[in-house]
Write a protein that binds this ligand. Structure first.
Ligand code: EPU
Length: 423
């Protein structure tokens, strides 16, 4: 297992190019199964989750080809095995996204039931109930979801709470259903809207994606298309947070600032000067230490849970006391005990962490427990005095492309120790 060795204490300065969004490319890959001909996907980030997803598609006999400049081409026509095995699903919960497309396109699907993960129990009841509402017969046995439907029927669905992949699964299934489907209380994340854009290019009739009410008129078939994946707002925000925590000046390029309002607002509250244009954001801390902040995570357009851990690293060295409340996942505070090993002063009351900022963290060996917790620990290591070793960096490779190269471009002293080096 690789580790990252970080020598902290340097303010980050420079520019970084942001990759396509992990949480957009995965549903788009799932949508590729629904067409009659190939889907070309551009701006695909090279991430472990993308590799796993393409293995999932190849395992069903879809043909996946890697082209130039990050293009992936998926030809679903040879697909003859609508089955997602436990071996893949256990490594990547987003595999559940193939359930709706397979069922709608092939009339049947067998998908391993995802278990919980480090950040919470993460049930998929809303995915299953929505598909049942559209007429699917669903049986869960031997750890697998077995779903069947001759043809799904459009219906009115009201989600008990917004779910990102749940909304995506149902929107994809409804695109090939008979008649109209209305999804109310839908997730409004930009990645849902991006998926809808891709489906519309494939011939789907979808209105309202990006709002809480999505209307889908089912069509008989979908065709191939070319889609450019939207930039990763969480990756962009993570590099801006790195500028903030080190008192530096960081510019992120090829981004969509309009989807990042809640995070940019909090970074400004920390004392950052922020300028943005059509496709860039520049953050300048002018050498200052960040101010304390209060955050409560919420579904989009609220503050994203996927940035909670990174902001916790900032609050650990901020002037004054901060509070961070996590409302989306019940166990997304695993980074706290690792930050404490670096000298952070944090106490937890229920779903809220109270953080008393310290002037400096000190480097230490720490353990990453999930993707965003890894990002938090890298930020903490970059800001800390001395040497930090982040163990289990395979978590970060799931969601950050070329992570150490990008941090090094900004002047961070980050080095990957691969197994052979420290064995
Ligand atoms: N929920 C249910 N039942 C369901 C579905 C969700 O109770 O059937 C609950 C969840 O347990 C959670 C809440 O609803 O409390 C919202 O979860 P959601 O379904 O929106 O999460 P998700 O779709 O599984 C996606 C992202 C996550 C991100 C969340 C929240 C993808 C592939 N994953 O997960 O990304 O944290 O939305 O924004 O899009 C990450 O990138 O690090 C990551 C975990």
């Amino acid at each position: 297992m690789d580790r990252l060795l970080i020598e902290g204490g340097t303010p980050l300065r420079g520019e970084v190019l942001i990759s396509g969004a992990k949480n957009s490319v995965l549903p788009v890959l799932a949508a590729s199964l629904m067409g009659e001909d190939p889907l070309n996907i551009d701006n695909v980030p090279y991430l472990q989750d993308v590799v796993s997803f393409t293995q999932l598609l190849s395992g069903m006999n879809a043909k996946v080809t890697l082209g130039e400049k990050g293009r992936l081409r998926v030809d679903p026509s040879p697909l003859n095995h609508p089955h997602a095995s436990y071996d893949i699903v256990r490594t990547m919960r987003a595999s559940i996204l193939v359930l709706g497309p397979l069922l709608a396109r092939f009339g049947e699907a067998t998908v391993s039931l995802p278990g919980g993960c480090a950040i919470g129990t993460r049930p998929v009841d809303m995915h299953l109930n929505g598909l049942k509402g559209m007429g699917a017969e669903i049986d869960v046995s031997d750890g697998y979801i077995h779903a069947r439907a001759k043809r799904l029927c459009g219906t009115a669905l009201k989600l008990p709470q917004p779910t990102v992949t749940g909304t995506e699964n149902l929107m994809m299934a409804a695109s090939l259903a008979k008649g109209e489907t209305l999804i109310e209380n839908a997730a409004r994340e930009p990645e849902v809207e991006d998926l809808a854009r891709c489906l519309v290019k494939m011939g789907a009739c979808i209105e309202g994606a990006g709002s809480e009410r999505i209307r889908i008129e089912g069509v008989d078939n979908l065709h191939g298309a070319t889609h450019w994946v939207l930039p990763d707002r969480i990756e962009a925000a993570t590099y801006l947070a790195a500028g903030c925590i080190t008192g530096g000046c960081v510019r992120v390029n090829q981004v969509s600032p309009r989807f990042m309002g809640a995070v940019l607002h909090k970074l400004e509250e920390c004392g950052a000067n922020i300028e943005s244009g059509e496709d860039f954001i520049e953050l300048d801390m002018r050498g200052e230490r960040p101010h304390a902040l209060d955050i409560c995570t919420a579904a989009y357009p609220g503050f994203p849970t996927d940035m909670q851990a990174q902001m916790m690293a900032i609050s650990a060295v901020a002037q004054g006391a901060s509070s961070i409340t996590e409302t989306i996942f019940e166990n997304r505070f695993m980074h706290i005990s690792e930050l404490a090993r670096m000298g952070a002063k944090i106490r937890v009351q229920g779903h809220t962490a109270i953080i008393e900022g310290v002037e400096r963290l000190s480097g230490a060996p720490v353990m990453a427990t999930d993707l965003r917790a890894s990002a938090c620990l890298i930020l903490a290591g970059i800001a800390a005095e001395g040497e930090t070793i982040v163990n289990r960096v395979y978590h970060i490779d799931r969601g950050y492309e070329h992570v150490e190269e990008k941090f090094r471009r900004l002047g961070a002293r980050v080095q990957r120790l691969s197994e052979q080096v420290f064995a």
